[in-house]
Each structure stands twice: as C-alpha cells, then as structure tokens.
Design a protein around this ligand. Structure first.
Ligand code: ZN
Ligand code: ZN
Length: 345
C-alpha cells in the first residue's frame, strides 16, 4: 500500500549553517505523528551530513511511523475539518450533543413528535463525505441511512427524524404500558426493547412482544404463573382474540381480551409482584426473575428456572425426560416440572 501524504515543515538553520543547531517547525499533524519518534529525529539531525540527507532520513522515519500506526494513515486531510465545521453550522449547534477530540465520533440529539429524546451516534470516515458514515441509535429496528457523496449531517439528521416518526406509535404503545402498569421486565426498558413482562397479580404476569412495524396488532403473548390461574386467562385470550381492535392501544386491548384490570402504581406497590425465589431468596438472578410457579393453588411458590432446575437435578427422586425435569416442589412436595435451564450464549 502506497502512502501519499503532504506535510509542511520549516527548518531554521543558524548563521553558520550547522545542522546540529537547526530548529524544526511543523504542523500539528506531523508533530502528532512524530511524537514517539522525537529522539530519532533529533539524533538524525545531529548525525546527518547535510540538509538533503536529513530530509531523506526524515522521510524514512515518517514512512515507518505511518506504516506502524494504521490510525495515522486514516487521519483525515485538512479539508475534512473545513467541510465538517460547515456541515455542523448548517445542522445547528443545538442539535450537537458531543464530539470527540479527533472530530470523528459525533452524537446528535433528536426529539420525536411525542417529545421523546433520542441520540444518533455517528462515526465519520476520514474520506467523509465520499464514504458513508457509520450510524447507530437505540432503536428496535436496524437504522438504514441513504448516503451519497453529496450528503450532509443535516440530511442525516432529517433522515433520522423520519425513522423516529415511523416508530412513534410503537413507543406510544410501550410508554402507555410503562406508565399504567407494573412492568417486571426489563428493569429499565430502553427504546430498542420490544418486550414487556406486565404484572397481572402476584406471581402471574403476561409477557408481550410488540412488533415495531405493527405496534397495535395483537402482539406475541405468553402468560406466566401457576397453571390454575394461567389456564383461564389463556382461554380468554384465545376466545376473545377476535375483538382485538388495531385502532386502540395494546394495553386497552389486553384489558378487554383478558377481562382484567392491570394493577398499576396507583393501586399497588411493586413489591407485591416481585416475590422472591423460594430457593435463592432473591428476586433478580442475573437477568431472570422467578417465573416458575408451583401449580398447587395452596402453595404457588415462585422460583427461578435455573434455581428450580438445579434443585431438582440434585434430588435422587427426580427424573429427567428430554429437556424436562420432574420432581417435587421444595415447599409443598407436590409434583413440579421445569424445563432444562437454557445455556447462556
Ligand atoms: Zn432463585
Ligand atoms: Zn409447592
């Protein structure tokens, strides 16, 4: 690979033209490049016979350092910065959240029509704007940006706003759930999270996965809890599916279909749903919560899947069939079943 870079350098020789006393001035980019080679440059200056041979030596040193430092090769040319500053002026400084010291990683802020704040992360290439920048954001869908060599940061920001608008309904649906129910999982939902585990009553919850493209359609639902409570709910879900109305919100539909009122912060404390695991006595185990419940109506003790599996596996009376472990509830000794704990990826 051939490296072609232009650097400006000024060499001031003393009146007796002795190279040993010469002073070297250069642009900051060159200075930055040579900072680990300063002693070599000084040494060459001392030992070179004349100015011409010193310049040749300097060129060799530079080539070595450019080859050994890949990030120097990709260091942008001066016009990159001029271009970038003018793009940022057009964009408006109020939309800039941060920029790194190399002027290559930017964070832009954007607000959607629901007043939610978002951040667009941009990594500019040194050949900007010829080469498209890398963009990322906290979104439930991949961020696809159309970029041409004529594109600017301002246009990038506008495209991002359009993507945000296409997701506004999705976030409206989830924000309503977050506001009006007790969400057990995720603990702190991010804008890319499509799943919510919503408390129905103690040890009973529903896990919904909302489609970002069709947020008001019937989402994937999974009821969690003891069989005697979950089965009637599941039956209602199946029987009432036809009344799902895509014009109203997911929460409203879930209420109608399941014929329940979801407990909220107005009616309940969160602790009434976050019953701890009967084996490890904690609520959160890494990323999981106790979602395995003893089916005996008088017991109903919740367990983490991993805890219950390990517990049953250690008992000689338990037996395993395929990925299911059969045994007895550690609390009431009634039969209990658990799926094999899935390996963490
Ligand atoms: Zn546990
Ligand atoms: Zn039990």
């Amino acid at each position: 690979m051939k490296i072609e870079r232009d650097f400006r350098i000024r060499i001031v020789l003393p009146s007796d033209l002795q190279l040993k006393q010469a002073k070297l001035f250069c642009c900051w980019q060159l200075k930055h490049l040579l900072r680990e080679y300063e002693h070599i440059v000084k040494q060459r200056l001392q030992q070179s016979a004349d100015l011409f041979s010193f310049i040749l030596e300097l060129k060799t040193v530079l080539e070595v350092c450019l080859k050994s430092r890949p990030e120097c090769r990709s260091m942008p040319p001066p016009q990159y910065y001029t271009q970038l500053i003018s793009e940022m002026e057009t964009l408006g400084w109020d939309k800039m959240l941060s920029i790194d010291t190399n002027f290559q990683t930017l964070k832009l802020k954007a607000e959607d029509s629901g007043g939610r704040q978002h951040v667009l992360n941009i990594k500019l290439k040194s050949k900007h704007p010829i080469e498209a920048p890398e963009c990322s954001a906290d979104l439930p869908i991949p961020l696809n940006i159309n970029w041409t060599p004529q594109s600017t940061l301002d246009q990038l920001h506008s495209q991002f706003l359009l993507v945000l608008e296409s997701l506004a309904e999705f976030w409206d649906v989830l924000d309503e759930i977050d506001r009006k129910t007790w969400v057990l999982e995720p603990e702190k939902p991010s804008r890319s999270d499509t799943m919510r585990q919503i408390a129905i009553r103690d040890n009973v919850s529903i896990r919904v996965d909302v489609d970002p493209r069709h947020p008001k359609m019937l989402p994937e639902c999974c009821l969690l809890g003891a069989e005697h409570v979950v089965t009637p709910l599941r039956n209602k879900l199946n029987a009432n599916m036809h009344i799902w109305n895509p014009d109203t919100s997911v929460l409203h539909n879930l209420r109608d279909v399941l014929e329940i009122e979801f407990p909220s912060s107005a009616t309940h404390e969160k602790s009434s749903f976050s019953a701890e695991c009967g084996i490890c006595y904690s609520y959160r185990l890494e990323t999981s919560v106790p979602d395995q419940v003893c089916n005996d109506p008088r017991c109903g003790q919740p367990f983490h899947q991993a805890c219950l599996y390990e517990w049953l596996r250690a008992l000689p009376s338990s037996r395993q069939s395929f990925n299911l472990m059969f045994g007895e509830c550690p609390y009431c000794s009634k039969p209990i079943t658990v799926k094999m704990a899935t390996q963490k990826s």
